[in-house]
Design a binder for this molecule. Structure first.
Ligand code: GCV
Length: 710
């Protein structure tokens, strides 16, 4: 057994930054022989935290206290810094590599000084050095060789941020890991050590922005006392290269400014936002900017004054431009009057405004056109607004994917969007290239992840949910990384370096995404969860606003099931570029995993498997349950590699997941059977309860909704 952990229980607080001693003696010796001392000068707060992290990381991993020296004339030095703060770096033959990295990038390289072998961690900026230090520690944590190390890395997107949907009362919208990390009551005076650990974790994966507050915003955050609280957090985050963003409620000039209008073209409103921007930058000099949800789900916005989204965004953008800030305007907009298929509305509203947004505005677009479902086609805005920088918004918190009780590794979902081909400039026009700005040469670019962090000791609730935070950061840095590589890294650092653990656990994680699709919404079904809290199945949800019901989306009837988005239906397919558009529109060529997203399909339609649609649906729901059972089986076999507390925690949650997978399967199949009138084939488990039973289940106090509705 090469388990690198004593079997004492862990609580997950350290995340992937555990820095346990390298257990393999040979490897430890190899590391110790090339890393004997650090040559660095902590000439800034960022270099100071970089050096501190490096020392504590090496102390843990190499199990010795590593000296800091000025003397490069000895073997085994680790030279850390920028050419500016450390002029000797110029003598380390790094010019070519340094020329290849951008301001936040870094170089880690075996080289020599006066004939003495050394390793350099170098960058143009202090933040680049910090990222290099974390990358070096990751290299050791994952037991990679140090011989001839040469890593040259730069982030592909500029803004890599978490969006916290945290309310000022401490609750988190769609948060499943406790309450908000931000203790607004005690800020700005009391600074929880957790704020620093949060910043460390983010910096370790390259996240450089945090929007602290819910997009369903409260104007209070823009008042002086709250700005001072936010400033205290910004002070903690700054050395870690993280800038603070806040959500701006469009009606703030009325609510906290005493004006009678928030009309973006009104002179007083314009002056109010300018004054507010000045006030914010006086308090938080490196403030990142505003994140705005407007005219969506009841939020105020420019449409209230018959103005466009760009009128609204530009109002804030002009106010903030002199200070170098940006406005991140969300494209998650759809009308309560439901003028058209919800999947089309953002595109129809925003595409005509391409080219009208100011230079410091980014449109933040969810991965798919509805709302973070288990699988969606990519959002057709990607590729359709070449003159506007489009940020990608991903949901790390598992609103629709089992909250914090289901093990669902999201990197495959994130990658599916990033790697999707928009065909906007022909084959190979990937969403990733729109997002990183390279497709249309934008100066600004970004990715945002709706955070899954909270006050739970292990940060994210499920011991494996931190993998999704980790994966988000790694992909925002480099979208070319594979989901497998990221899972492996995370497993190595979070649990064990033993390949007998890492390999099966990686397979389990990769499988988990398709499992949740299968047992919740296979074949392109979507938005069939329970109302309000979104916990559990609710394909029968009807009444009230139609586009918040399930019936609107699945359209099941005696003939078949699915939303017709072909030219005969809502024609949402027209938003995609050819040849994908035609592929989607044709029942025979539409990918089966999106079939019911785009087509209303007859129950006896023959699928590629040879089964009818109904039988295929039964098969997929059952496959999902079986996949969870396989995950349980895999995890149970890994007992020797994980400490007892985390092992049991995951084990119990997997058992909840298995029960809930059956709940989803049985409830959905029984409900859809009322339309298909077909039997669930004998080869599958039959539902445990009646449809009535499932429809009458009530769940109280489900976490993650603003007011506890039931
Ligand atoms: C913050 C979905 C969620 C809402 C969320 C919204 C959004 O509708 O259910 O809780 O609101 O998305 O992204 O703005």
């Amino acid at each position: 057994m090469t388990n690198d952990r004593t079997k004492s229980s862990e609580d997950g607080y350290e995340l992937w930054l555990r820095y346990l001693p390298v257990a393999d003696a040979e490897r430890l010796e190899a590391y110790r022989s090339v890393v004997r001392c650090i040559v660095s000068r902590a000439t800034s707060p960022t270099l100071s935290v970089a050096l501190k992290e490096l020392r504590s990381g090496l102390q843990g991993l190499l199990d010795w206290s590593i000296p800091i020296t000025d003397d490069l004339n000895q073997p085994g030095t680790l030279v850390v810094g920028t050419p500016e703060n450390h002029p000797e770096i110029d003598a380390l033959q790094l010019d070519e590599d340094l020329a290849a990295v951008n301001d936040e990038g870094y170089v880690i390289r075996s080289t020599s000084y006066n004939g003495h072998p050394c390793i350099a961690i170098a960058a143009h900026t202090d933040t680049g050095v910090l990222y290099g230090v974390f990358a070096f520690l990751r290299h050791l944590q994952t037991h990679q060789p140090l011989q001839d190390i040469r890593i040259v890395s730069s982030p592909r997107t500029k803004i890599r941020m978490l969006n916290h949907w945290d309310n000022l009362d401490g609750t988190i919208e769609r948060g499943y890991a406790g309450f908000s990390l931000w203790d607004w009551h005690k800020l700005p005076d009391y600074l929880s050590p957790r704020y620093t650990d949060y910043a460390r974790a983010n910096a370790s994966i390259g996240i450089n922005g945090a929007s602290l507050t819910n997009v369903n915003a409260n104007s209070l955050i823009l008042t002086k006392p709250y700005l001072q609280k936010a400033a205290a957090l910004a002070d903690v985050f700054r050395p870690y290269g993280i800038r603070v963003f806040l959500t701006a409620r469009f009606s703030a000039p009325i609510e906290i400014g005493g004006l009678t209008t928030a009309d973006p073209l009104d002179a007083e409103v314009i002056a109010w936002w300018r004054g507010k921007a000045q006030e914010i930058y006086d308090i938080i000099p490196d403030f990142g900017g505003f994140v705005v949800k407007a005219n969506s789900e009841g939020q105020p916005g420019p449409h209230d004054y018959n103005r466009s989204h760009s009128d609204g965004a530009n109002l804030l953008a002009e106010a903030i431009a002199p200070f170098g800030g940006v406005v991140i305007w969300r494209a998650f907009v759809y009308d309560s009057d439901i003028p058209d298929d919800r999947a089309k509305q953002a595109y129809d509203d925003l595409v005509p405004q391409d080219g009208t947004f100011h230079k410091n505005v980014l449109l933040q677009v969810k991965n798919g056109p509805i709302d973070f479902q288990t699988r969606e086609p990519y959002h057709p805005l990607f590729g359709a607004m070449p003159q506007t920088p489009l940020m990608l918004e991903l949901q790390i918190t598992q609103e629709y994917l089992g909250c914090a009780t289901h093990l669902v590794y999201l990197a495959p979902l994130f990658k599916e969007t990033l790697d999707a081909d928009t065909y906007c400039y022909g084959r190979g026009s990937l969403v990733a290239y729109v997002v990183d700005g390279s497709m249309d040469d934008h100066d600004i670019s970004g990715m945002a992840g709706v955070a899954n962090t909270g006050s739970d000791r292990n940060w994210c609730g499920h011991p494996c949910a931190a993998a999704n935070w980790y994966a988000f950061g790694r992909l925002a840095w480099d979208h070319t990384l594979s989901a497998e590589t990221i899972a492996e890294e995370w497993l190595h650092m979070t649990f064990s370096n033993d390949s007998r653990f890492v390999q099966p656990a990686t397979t389990m994680m990769i499988t988990s995404r398709q499992a949740v699709v299968n047992y919740m919404t296979p074949l392109g079904l979507h938005h069939i969860m329970a109302r309000g809290h979104h916990y559990g199945p609710g394909p029968w949800v009807e009444g009230g606003r139609p586009d918040w019901t399930s019936l609107y989306y699945h359209q099941a009837d005696e003939e078949g099931i699915g939303f017709d988005r072909t030219p005969e239906g809502s024609n949402a397919v027209s938003h995609y570029f050819p040849p994908y558009r035609e592929e989607l529109a044709n029942l025979e060529t539409c990918p089966e995993n999106l079939l019911l997203w785009f087509h209303h399909v007859l129950w006896d339609h023959r699928m590629k498997s040879g089964r009818t649609l109904w039988d295929e649906l039964c098969c997929k729901y059952n496959e999902g349950v079986e996949q969870v059972r396989q995950m349980q089986h895999t995890w149970n076999a890994l007992v020797d590699f994980v400490d007892p507390a985390r092992f049991i925690h995951v084990q119990v949650l997997l058992s909840i997941q298995e029960q809930e997978a059956r709940w989803w399967r049985d409830a959905c199949l029984l409900y859809f059977q009322t339309f298909s009138q077909l039997p669930i084939p004998d080869e599958y488990e039959q539902p445990a309860e009646s449809l009535e039973y499932y429809m009458n289940l009530s769940h109280y106090f489900v976490p993650g909704i603003p007011e506890r509705r039931f």
